[in-house]
Write a protein that binds this ligand. Structure first.
Ligand code: HEM
Ligand code: SF4
Ligand code: SF4
Length: 524
């Protein structure tokens, strides 16, 4: 189920890459969009609360007054509703997308697990809002909700009865509903914060252009199709012919059909099943990064580049002259290797037969990467002869490198490929090494589509290191025209092939490199 869903998402994302130019693709901003929508809901909610009458007799009229002031309070009411609806859609699509990409595996279980209660609180926030309008829909929702809670027997008596008689529903009870509608969304905000707490620099604000576009779309929708109410609640009548909100109230028709007990069973069953997704996944957990203290100078680059905050800088324990050392929290590490790419000691230009760096992965280790790179470059160079030889370092979550290589071969392009867990694992010195020692004519670094790095920051750090905005950076002596970066997901094989082909043509137009030689392990 996961793979077809992932293919589906990758196709949709590719489709959106067109109009949104990659960087603004909303499909890769779902978490931050949900946060943004929350702020719209909160802001518009505060505004309409100013005019809201919290009494049973006055609530409906006050909402009607707002609706009639279509140019301001009416827009605010509609924004409040539509941004809430959009939040449900965005949160559910975000859930499905994170699931399809398996971004809950290993240490990432925390974000998944804390996402599950978000759904409950999101629905509870929306449903409690519907009560406040005190129209026929509110009456239907309130009675249904109370019947559902009554089934648990926690209130001692049947609370749903409160709604059956105008005498029993008091202003005090209504004020309690208002309090619930304020308190529950506040608690939702707290869980949203908890949800991203363990992530380093979580993206909680979408790009400005996306915020403007979403806000404009919601305002236009509010003007064209303003939110309205049903008839005022009438407890002597049964609510019929309701104009339903399928975003928040989707469970109510099911509740009517199957009753409160089975409905609890469905709700709790689905919640447990979704919560257990990280446990049900049988993907082997990769062993965590480890530090070789004798090579660590305490520069902190690994700690600042780790997207999962899995590295802490602690006081030195080995008596070397440095104040601090890197310490990996194996429970938080997802083995992306980005820290290896960040460490200044990670370089293939080494005298040592045993290449040891400050921080490394057990698999693939930096040494194994260098050895494979040397081997691949030698073979590619030999096969290419006088034609261009291109070394491709590609992340395992992007385009399938084997398939790309086969297509390239068919197009008479000579490529050597080396897969890394994330493009961010590649120390920039490998690019230098490939060109100056491996005598490659060009190097391609590939990874997930733009802004869609599976490991969150690998792509950004790679770009920054190449552009000398982040250490360790790519040395100035490396001719940039012999380097290409390609960001593409597995469905973008053709796009990636075209870019490789263009790069190959560009290489042919460049002045010849020095005489091809054979790559060796390093400085000996
Ligand atoms: C209002 C609802 C939600 C909001 C505002 C929200 C927000 C976010 C944000 C801001 C991120 C970080 C994105 C980044 O910086 O890369 C994130 C990641 C994530 N979210 Fe949510 N989320 C919501 C609901 C959910 C739900 C319902 C689930 C699943 C049950 C979920 C699962 C995840 C996972 C697995 C990640 C990835 C964590 C990682 O990269 O390690 N989220 N979310
Ligand atoms: S491999 Fe390194 S960068 Fe990646 S999660 Fe582990 S410690 Fe952090
Ligand atoms: S980047 Fe390397 S040298 Fe710097 S603190 Fe981390 S392990 Fe030590």
């Amino acid at each position: 189920m996961q793979q077809p869903l992932r293919n589906f998402f990758q196709h949709i994302e590719t489709f959106f890459d067109g109009p949104f130019d990659g960087a603004l693709n909303p499909m890769r901003q779902l978490g931050s969009l949900a946060f943004f929508l929350y702020w719209i809901v909160a802001g518009s909610g505060i505004y309409i609360y100013i005019f809201f009458d919290t009494s049973v007799s006055g609530a409906y009229e006050s909402v009607e007054w707002m609706t009639n002031q279509w140019y301001l309070a009416g827009i605010m009411r509609s924004l409040h509703r539509y941004a809430s609806d959009a939040m449900v859609v965005v949160a559910m699509v975000h859930l499905l997308r994170e699931f399809s990409y398996g971004r809950y595996v290993g240490a990432r279980w925390f974000a998944w697990f804390t996402g599950v209660p978000i759904i409950w609180f999101l629905f509870f926030s929306g449903v409690s809002g519907y009560w406040l309008v005190w129209d026929m829909l509110a009456q239907y929702v309130a009675i249904g909700s109370m019947e559902w809670l009554d089934w648990l027997g926690i209130f001692g008596k049947q609370v749903a009865n409160n709604f059956l008689s105008p005498i029993t529903i008091t202003d005090r009870f209504f004020t309690l509903l208002v309090f619930i509608h304020i308190f529950v969304p506040l608690f939702l905000l707290f869980i949203m914060w908890f949800h991203v707490m363990r992530l380093k620099s979580p993206r909680i604000n979408p790009p400005k252009m996306l915020m403007i576009s979403v806000s404009l779309a919601l305002v236009v929708l509010s003007l064209v199709y303003p939110a309205t109410s049903h008839e005022k609640a009438d407890l002597s009548a049964v609510a019929l012919n309701l104009d339903f909100d399928w975003f928040y109230l989707i469970a109510y028709p099911l509740f009517d059909a199957i009753g409160p007990g089975p409905m609890w069973a469905v709700g709790i069953g689905v919640t447990i099943l979704v919560s257990l997704v990280p446990l049900l996944n049988r993907t082997k957990r990769e062993p965590a990064a480890f530090v070789s203290l004798e090579k660590c100078n305490g520069c902190s680059r690994c700690a600042s580049d780790c997207p999962y905050d899995a590295i802490e800088m602690k006081p030195r324990t080995d008596g070397l002259k440095f104040d601090i050392e890197a310490v990996v929290d194996a429970n938080a590490c997802v083995a992306c290797g980005i820290c290896v790419g960040a460490c200044p000691v990670s370089t293939p230009f080494r005298h040592d037969e045993q290449l040891v760096t400050g921080i490394d992965l057990p698999e693939p280790s930096l040494k194994s990467l260098r050895d494979s790179a040397v081997d691949t470059m030698n073979k590619t160079r030999a096969k290419a002869g006088q034609q261009n030889a291109i070394m491709v370092f590609g992340c395992k979550n992007g385009v399938n490198l084997e398939k790309l290589n086969a297509e390239a071969k068919a197009n008479n392009i000579h490529m050597g490929i080396l897969q890394v867990p994330c493009s961010g694992m590649l120390p920039p010195s490998f690019i230098d090494f490939a060109i100056s020692r491996g005598s490659m004519d060009g190097v391609v670094v590939m990874g997930c589509s733009e802004n869609g790095c599976y490991h969150r920051f690998g792509q950004f750090w790679t770009e920054d290191r190449i552009n000398q905005l982040r250490d360790p950076n790519l040395r100035t002596r490396v001719p940039r025209e012999r380097l290409a970066t390609i960001w593409a997901n597995p469905t973008n094989l053709t796009k990636a092939l075209n870019q490789v082909s263009d790069f190959n043509k560009k290489l042919s137009s460049l002045p010849a490199q020095q005489e091809p030689s054979t790559a060796s392990g390093g400085d000996k």
